[in-house]
Design a protein around this ligand. Structure first.
Ligand SMILES: O=C(O)[C@H](O)[C@@H](O)[C@H](O)[C@H](O)COP(=O)(O)O
Length: 223
């Protein structure tokens, strides 16, 4: 793991956007198209806004989420809405959005169509992950009802995930899909998450799923 510390959150949002732009450019130099997989939640908004203004061949960049909360688009907890409002705007409006949500009633009903679209995006070229204070990443939650299946080597691309700590059902890319990424960056902010990160470095991924992705990752942190 490579830890990159920034003096504050604004510097992180600038530095991380810059780093992601560089790795996306490098990937675009070597490939006709690249896939860029990003988290939802509250942390990445400013980084996304900075990145959206970068001059890149966005029309060759396929963007999708790590995971989604099963709520309608436009809902305040919709990661898709966050992505469209903060990243897929400005220059990055030309990027190709790959859906991680649809209007099916349940995750189980929605997943087959989403998997069909995601299949051709793998392996992920550039992966950005977030982390929760319980050590979850994407929607790989400690204690999640499908965690064992989602962490397995033979997991499907996507699985539903339900857990008591979360209001609504989720869908998540599984461990093997995320772990296959060519390049992994993790975004965390605040002292509490820094302590969680230190614990996660020695943890069993079934207890703290972020542990499965740290070894080769660049972790970007600000207080
Ligand atoms: O939908 C989500 O919530 C995520 O994609 C999730 O894995 C997130 O990255 C972490 O929970 C951190 O969330 P915060 O940035 O809100 O702390």
């Amino acid at each position: 793991m490579n830890l990159i510390e920034y003096s504050d959150r604004e510097m992180l949002a600038m530095g991380l956007a810059d780093r992601l732009a560089t790795v996306l450019k490098l990937a675009l130099d070597g490939h006709d198209r690249v896939s860029f997989c990003v988290p939802g939640g509250t942390s990445p908004g400013e980084t996304f806004s900075n990145l959206s203004g970068v001059d890149l061949d966005w029309d060759r960049v396929h963007v999708f989420l790590n995971d989604e909360r099963w709520v309608p688009e436009g809902h305040e907890r919709s990661n898709t809405t966050l992505l469209k409002d903060t990243l897929l705007t400005d220059r990055a409006r030309r990027a190709i959005y790959v859906p991680m949500a649809n209007d099916a009633e349940t995750p189980e009903a929605g997943i087959p169509a989403l998997e069909a679209g995601l299949k051709e995006q793998l392996p992920i070229s550039v992966l950005l992950l977030g982390m929760g204070t319980d050590g979850h990443t994407a929607s790989l939650f400690p204690g999640g009802d499908n965690l064992a299946e989602a962490m397995a080597e033979d997991a499907p691309i996507l699985l539903p995930m339900r857990t008591e700590s979360q209001l609504e059902p989720r869908i998540t890319l599984t461990r093997r899909v995320l772990a296959d990424a060519m390049e992994t960056h993790v975004l965390i902010m605040g002292e509490e998450k820094r302590e969680v990160l230190e614990r996660a470095r020695r943890a069993d991924p079934m207890d703290m799923p972020i542990a499965a992705f740290l070894r080769d990752a660049d972790v970007h942190w600000a207080p």
